[in-house]
Design a protein around this ligand. Sequence first.
Ligand SMILES: [Zn+2]
Length: 96
Amino acid sequence: MFVWGSGFWVKIFREKGSGVMKQTEKIDYLQTNFMGEWLKTRQQVEDKLSSQNHVFCYCGRLATGLHERTCRKFHKVVNSKAVEYLKHFLEKEVLK
Ligand SMILES: [Zn+2]
């Protein structure tokens, strides 16, 4: 695996508009361009996942409301689900 060159190729790939975006870039994009939808969806996903977490959080700790608010793993799952729900906004951008 040519780790040393991967950043370079990813950059070229992206400049060609192939739509290869990192998770953080997707979130940035959604936050910048669709702030209202992003916040609304994210909140809905958070509520849904939180109600599914009966006893334990994704990280294995007790799923209290206080814990979930500060848990990185929980927020990571929430973010990735929210990105999935808003995928159509990203695809629109890719098709430009
Ligand atoms: Zn947790």
